[in-house]
Design a protein. Structure first.
Length: 362
């Protein structure tokens, strides 16, 4: 069968029904260990959540990639290689070049549920992205409900799961027959140690929740498996965690974006596939613009489309390497396609405002 799962064809999403076989050195939980009926319910709920997120659907539908004269794209090849090899994909490129939208396009075309997003800041740490345990809330609830001390142990264990919530990264590594799409956005803004913290997770595909591991040990080695329902990063959804350990069955499709503001350790690069989003050209921007304005008012859009070439020429510099984001171009075209659009003279002044270079000081 064809090796490509992702084609960047968001007009007719085919979905992923069965992932490819993993390399021998990238095998995690066997697929047969996933409960089929439970997994089917899980994906049914995820598809409903994804369909309700109109903005994410629109981001996936409007994504476009540049193909060469032979119909090839480095972006499409890199995504499919990452799916087969079970490796994270580090995507670099100019701001606004579509790095983040790539994750939404993958999730939409392959029908893999909502994108799990972890926006990186200088204070971001891996533990919070894996799970959070609200010990204070549990203590406060225990003080309000003095009868809890008379409850059986099984009920107490069930209550413990109410105070544990998996983060976006932790949710992405839940065992499932299909991979989730995990977006780690702007990883170059992270603390210097974060890339190294990710190495073991990417290599082993598992992590543990100490609060649940401790509970299992308290029950003794001869006790039965301890399964606790915990909340996930998906709204109103829970998942079972057995013996405090989360291990993936299918490694998630991890998209890490970077603006190229820093280098990463060689060990981190070794575990990733790397690709750069191409700089925009007039030929590549036309389909992007049309996809965003597919539902625009026909009258205003017909008039504006005749001026697209001139607007895109103003947006790009002579060498087509402008440090401007595609959002700026879309903002200008939106104003032009309104029924109460600015006059030509006003539009020229607005372009000076809207097309300011990202590197330009105030």
């Amino acid at each position: 069968m064809p090796w490509k799962y992702f084609h960047a064809n968001t007009t007719q999403p085919q979905g992923m029904t069965q992932p490819p076989e993993p390399p021998p050195w990238r095998q995690f939980l066997p697929r047969k260990t996933v409960d089929g009926a439970e997994d089917e319910r899980y994906w049914k709920d995820l598809h409903q959540l994804a369909a309700q997120d109109v903005r994410s659907v629109q981001r996936g539908q409007s994504f476009r990639v540049q193909f060469d004269a032979q119909g090839h794209s480095d972006i499409v090849d890199a995504v499919n290689a990452a799916i087969h090899l079970r490796r994270p994909l580090l995507v670099t490129g100019l701001p606004g070049s579509g790095k983040t939208s790539l994750a939404y396009a993958i999730a939409y075309e392959l029908q893999l549920g909502p994108v799990l997003t972890w926006p990186i800041t200088a204070r971001a740490n891996l533990v919070d992205a894996l799970y959070r345990y609200d010990a204070i809330a549990r203590l406060q609830d225990a003080q309000l409900d003095k009868t809890r001390q008379d409850s059986p142990a099984t009920e107490e264990e069930g209550d413990l799961g109410d105070y544990i919530q998996l983060g976006p990264v932790g949710t992405a590594f839940l065992p499932s027959r299909l991979p989730r799409v995990l977006l780690i956005d702007e990883i170059d803004k992270s603390d210097l140690n974060l890339p190294n913290d990710l190495l073991n997770l990417f290599e082993e595909g598992e992590f543990e929740i100490p609060e649940l591991v401790r509970r299992k040990r308290q029950r003794g080695a001869d006790s039965t498996d301890l399964t606790v329902e915990v909340r996930t990063a998906d709204p109103d959804m829970t998942a079972p965690v057995t013996n405090g350990r989360v291990k993936c069955c299918e490694f998630p499709i991890v998209i890490m974006t970077s603006n190229g503001e820093r280098d990463f350790p060689p060990a981190f690069y070794r575990r990733c596939l790397r690709v750069k989003m191409p700089s925009p050209t007039p030929e590549s921007l036309l389909p992007i613009v049309r996809s965003h304005f597919a539902t625009a008012d026909p009258t205003g859009w017909t008039e504006a489309e005749t001026n697209l070439t001139a607007i895109i020429g103003d947006f790009l510099d002579k060498n087509h390497r402008s440090d401007r984001a595609t959002d700026q171009l879309l903002n200008a075209i939106y104003l032009m396609t309104r029924n109460d659009s600015p006059t030509e003279a006003e539009m020229k002044r607005l372009q000076d405002l809207l097309f300011r270079r990202l590197s330009e000081a105030d």
